[in-house]
Design a protein around this ligand. Sequence first.
Ligand SMILES: Nc1nc2c(c(=O)[nH]1)N[C@H]1C(S)=C(S)[C@@H](COP(=O)(O)O)O[C@H]1N2
Ligand SMILES: [Mo]
Length: 312
Amino acid sequence: MLIRRGGPDIPSSEITREEDYLNRREFIGRVGAGALAAAVGGVSIASDNASAQTAPGGRQSSDPLTPLESVTRYNNFYEFGFDKEDPYRNSGGFVPRPWTVVVEGHVNKPAAYDLEDLIRPFTVEERIYRLRCVEAWSMVIPWRGFPLRDLINRVEPTSRARFVAFETIFRPAEMSGQRSRVMDWPYVEGLRMDEAMHPLTLIATGLYNQNLPNQNGAPLRLVVPWKYGFKSIKSIVKISFVESQPPTTWNRMAPEEYGFYANVNPEVDHPRWSQARERRIGELLRRPTLMYNGYGDQVASLYRGMNLVRNY
Ligand SMILES: Nc1nc2c(c(=O)[nH]1)N[C@H]1C(S)=C(S)[C@@H](COP(=O)(O)O)O[C@H]1N2
Ligand SMILES: [Mo]
């Protein structure tokens, strides 16, 4: 299968054909990623394939990958418009580098970090995670990134930090959606500290072995695989360590439809539709939605004793 392009922003030299990518993964499986990285030089993938499979957060999805073309042309990124193809069409003029991330609040090392400096110390690895949108569709995406907790440990939150708040860039000149007031910009999200520290919680800087396309949240975004997609905030410019539960964009817009927790839960329906099943993009038949998007054995303990109907 030939993929035309990964998005309007990616120079053609950076585009990975899905077929090449899949062949390469097979190759990685045989020789080990370390050897491959050594052979081709400077490839930022897991330095040790065995550890990628068995690391605490490294459990991979064995479902077939969603084609790159769907991952980059069927998006939710309201800063670039409402229709699924709008982010693909409208994000070509967005400039994701250079980029600064402000870290503030209850941390020992608050600062405005240049993106490259911020991510340099961390081991970037591939994680294949399912993303389940609250709209009852899902994808399987080979992300490239590092655990958020590596970053959190580096900036040293104090004991007063109980939640982490995230903010997307506000740049209406480049983000046409932000020129209308349909949402309260900038987009904001938040996690409880233990959710943020969970090894499954990823800061993604790429997918399919290329830098994140603009429409997927360049240059860095959150991926929280057991929560509905809207928790996975894109194009992050601010990370704040706070004492109380921060506001989140969708909760502010429609609090009875979108809660703070937003854990994938087939038993708690959205007020306007069922969450029991989902359409995997590219498949015809809908499949059952799994509790915590299938990551329950790793995350259910975070919510033990909580009422999941009330804390939706
Ligand atoms: N800043 C920002 N982040 C966002 C959104 C958005 O509109 N703005 N949409 C969310 C929703 S609803 C989903 S399902 C995922 C989609 O990610 P993807 O387009 O990379 O698949 O991004 C999330 N992050
Ligand atoms: Mo979503």
